[in-house]
Design a protein around this ligand. Structure first.
Ligand code: PLP
Length: 457
């Protein structure tokens, strides 16, 4: 009966939106390991990081103690253009699955960039502007991050240079044009505009690029161009902090209706949406106030948590970035060419890596054809055409709901629906034509990457 009172969509009022981000590190007993200097293997100082990142973001990156960090009013106002995002009760999916489980998803695709990435893009652009910078550089893979950043930069009148993984640049011309519409300068990576790009091109002629390689180029341009800094769309502590807005809104909406999730599920590329969604719930878990089952879902073809090693590694291919301690597949790991579902980064957020190492969350990997089956099933009953990345979470949410059908348990399942998939129709096409396979790397292949991890004393 109580259920009938819960609407299909729970929207918050503007005044119910969070005014501070929540920093889950403050409640972690084992803090994430610091970034270290690749030359000295000593923790990066604020001064060293300040050459790459904006000053205020460096503070946020290194702050393991302050639980709440105020969201500046300008950022809150920008958020109001597309937030609060709805928390949806997936009544139609439940009905279709004939499950007693109650399924909720937090939908972050209601903005032009089509994903949650705008939540951090606006924050990072804001601090760059506040510092008086001329512009920022970044990399983008499939293009969501580059799109989000170019939107944020055009809003604040900042220059935006995007290094886009070459294969995506060629295969996703529409994303590229969206970025250019917002005034960004988009270069396919590897390119001959940077030293590291020229080196990678010489060593691997004909390469179609990777995220790690595009990061190296973007960092090089940032540190060598006065008035520029580098920004990153995932992995970093500061990005998880900004993305906590997702979890905080979700928590407020659920509390309003007395809903408590039993299982929280999110897809995991670099870990930012999952980290943001779970933050306030994980905080309660860390403080011993509540317990939740938390599941990270990753592609079987890029399984950093489930098959990677927890070690210091480079964040980029060119080895110009600091080292991060994280679950990693090795900095030159690139998923097989047939991999179509995104989430291709070789490493995982140090915060999530530590939480996973401490047994506070679980991880599963899923093959991509199963992911696209779930995507299609979801699209047909819930209406939204999900991004392939988000569909990893849908897959596991459906699997958990089907388990409830077996056992009769009325569990409450919450998952993050991070974005829409309109620009991913080539991947959907591959799936529909039966041209998608489920290549999974062998242990030997992965070992060859692990052997090349940096040796730390
Ligand atoms: C970038 C992206 C992801 C993965 O990134 P995380 O940092 O792991 O959240 C997931 N879904 C969508 C739609 C994305 O654009």
């Amino acid at each position: 009966m109580a259920d009938q009172k819960i609407p299909y969509k729970i929207y918050l009022e503007e005044h119910e939106m969070p005014t501070s981000w929540y920093n889950v590190r403050a409640d972690m007993k084992n803090k994430p390991a610091p970034l270290v200097n690749p030359g000295t293997h000593k923790p990066m100082t604020a001064e060293e990081l300040g050459g790459v990142f904006c000053a205020e973001l460096v503070q946020q990156e290194m702050d393991n103690d302050t639980p709440y960090i105020e969201i500046p009013e300008e950022i809150r106002n920008f958020y109001k253009m597309y937030r609060p995002s709805p928390l949806v009760r997936a009544y139609c999916l439940e009905e279709k699955l004939q499950t007693p489980a109650k399924i909720y998803y937090k939908f972050e695709g209601n903005n032009t960039s089509g994903s949650h990435k705008l939540n951090s893009a606006i924050a990072q652009a804001y601090y760059a502007k506040k510092q008086g910078l001329k512009g920022v550089t970044t990399e983008t893979g499939a293009g969501q991050w580059g799109t989000a950043l170019s939107m944020a930069c055009s809003y604040l009148d900042l220059d935006c240079k995007v290094y886009m993984v070459k294969v995506s640049y060629e295969q996703k011309p529409f994303r590229r044009e969206v970025m250019r519409t917002y005034g960004a300068c988009v270069t396919p990576s590897p390119s001959d505009t940077t030293e590291v790009g020229r080196k990678i091109l010489a060593e691997h002629p004909g390469t179609t690029g990777s995220l790690g390689c595009a990061i190296s180029e973007a960092v090089e341009v940032a540190v060598s161009t006065p008035g520029y800094r580098y920004v990153l769309g995932s992995v970093l502590n500061q990005v998880l902090l900004h993305q906590s807005v997702i979890g905080l809104e979700t928590k407020t909406a659920m509390d309003k209706y007395g809903i408590k999730p039993d299982i929280i599920i999110g897809c995991a590329g670099g870990g930012s949406n999952l980290g943001g969604l779970i933050s306030p719930f994980m905080g309660e878990k860390l403080r011993g106030e509540a317990d939740y089952r938390i599941i990270a879902v990753e592609p079987a073809s890029c399984p950093s948590l489930t098959r990677g090693v927890f070690a210091y590694d480079f964040c980029d291919t060119g080895m110009v970035c600091p080292l991060a301690k994280m679950y990693t597949l090795g900095s030159d790991f690139i998923p097989a060419p047939n991999h179509a579902g995104g989430l291709r980064y070789h490493g995982m957020s140090p915060v999530l890596s530590q939480l996973y190492a401490d047994g506070l969350m679980e991880a599963v990997s899923v093959p991509q054809t199963k992911v696209f089956e779930a995507a299609e099933q979801f699209a047909r009953v819930e209406g939204i055409l999900p991004a392939p990345e988000s569909s990893h979470a849908i897959r596991v949410a459906i699997d958990e709901a089907l388990k409830c059908k077996q056992t009769g348990e009325e569990k409450t399942i919450l998952f993050g629906l991070t974005g829409t998939g309109y620009f991913d129709m080539v991947a959907y096409e591959k799936f529909h034509e039966g041209k998608m396979d489920d290549y999974v790397p062998t242990d030997e292949e992965l070992q060859a990457y692990f052997d090349k991890l940096p040796k730390m004393d």
